[in-house]
Design a protein around this ligand. Structure first.
Ligand code: RIB
Ligand code: CA
Length: 302
């Protein structure tokens, strides 16, 4: 089977860990790079985490450091109460000796897009700053990306403001550039990812199938720390692996990046009142049982 070239753009992040774990467990992916961005923690920390997660999971790929703050405002203090000061729930991973790529994240995205001859897929599961910078720096990039599947936004509720989800809220102008790029987009919004809960007890049971002790211990620690919280980012990866795990509708989605009340909201035109053409396949349903099965299958690969 021809492997599908992908880049995961991430701010690890407890749920990012499981998203990377699922991507690495899938034989059909050729992970061309993991690019890091500030979000759940400052970018030096998310980069450290990406290096150490790749070592733990045996992922041999480029790790490139990206943006440390949003395009339009200084870096938002990370939600340490959610992901801990070290971004992964204070879990300590064996330190990787791998060097960060000499290229910045946005340059690696372009470099790999050129090499993949139009087949590269991006899976951003943090703020979209790196992708936006790449689009600004390389105007022809939009013609070289097959698809972008993001965890971000929401058709309904938010987690940073009443209607604003974190990944968009942390850099709404970057999201605006991505959503207006014309690149085929899939949005796994918070309204959907909140349904994709794998209960902690289930994860504990599944983790018994993990042969690698260091991986098993990490999974158990993270699951306990994030107890009964959905691992949002996994939904984006799972839908790239198994497209029919979700239901979708094509909508026009615009990003609010001016109003203080709805800063970072994804305005999903579900009533077609704007008269604007759809620019995004928005997840409208998700098969949680299939998600749990994929989660269990993933564990058995380590
Ligand atoms: O809103 C959820 C998103 O914000 C996830 O990507 C999580 O890792 C945080 O970055
Ligand atoms: Ca994330």
């Amino acid at each position: 089977m021809e492997k599908r070239p992908i880049i995961i753009d991430t701010d690890p992040g407890c749920d990012d860990f499981f998203a990377i774990m699922m991507a690495a467990a899938y034989e059909g992916f050729d992970i061309r790079a993991i690019t890091t961005v500030a979000g759940n923690a400052v970018v030096d920390v998310t980069t450290r985490n990406a290096l150490d997660i790749a070592k733990l999971l045996g992922i041999k790929t480029r790790i490139a450091k990206g943006a440390g703050s949003a395009m339009m405002h200084p870096f938002d203090e990370p939600a340490a109460f959610v992901h801990g000061l070290n971004g992964i729930g204070q879990v300590v991973l064996p330190r990787s000796e791998q060097k960060v790529d000499e290229m910045k994240a946005w340059d690696v995205i372009y470099d790999e897009a050129c090499k993949a001859d139009g087949q590269l897929e991006l899976i951003p599961v943090g703020p979209l700053t790196n992708v936006a910078i790449a689009l600004l720096k390389y105007p022809d990039l939009k013609d070289k990306i097959k698809r972008i599947t993001i965890m971000g936004g929401s058709t309904t509720i938010g987690n940073c403001l009443p209607y604003s989800e974190a990944n968009i809220f942390h850099d709404p102008y970057a999201a605006h550039l991505v959503f207006t790029s014309g690149i085929p987009l899939v949005m796994a919004g918070l309204d959907i990812t909140l349904t994709a809960l794998v209960p902690t007890d289930d994860i504990m049971k599944m983790s018994e199938d993990i042969k690698n002790k260091a991986v098993r211990d990490t999974v158990v620690q993270l699951a306990k720390i994030r107890g009964n919280e959905p691992f949002h980012d996994v939904v984006a990866v799972a839908s790239v692996i198994k497209e029919d795990i979700a239901e979708y509708k094509d909508y026009n989605v615009e990003i609010e990046y001016k109003s203080p009340l709805t800063y970072g909201r994804t305005i999903v035109d579900t009533t077609f009142t704007t008269g604007k053409a759809p620019n995004c396949r928005v997840m409208t349903g998700y098969n949680v049982e299939a998600h749990k099965t994929m989660f269990a299958d993933m564990m058995r690969k380590y």
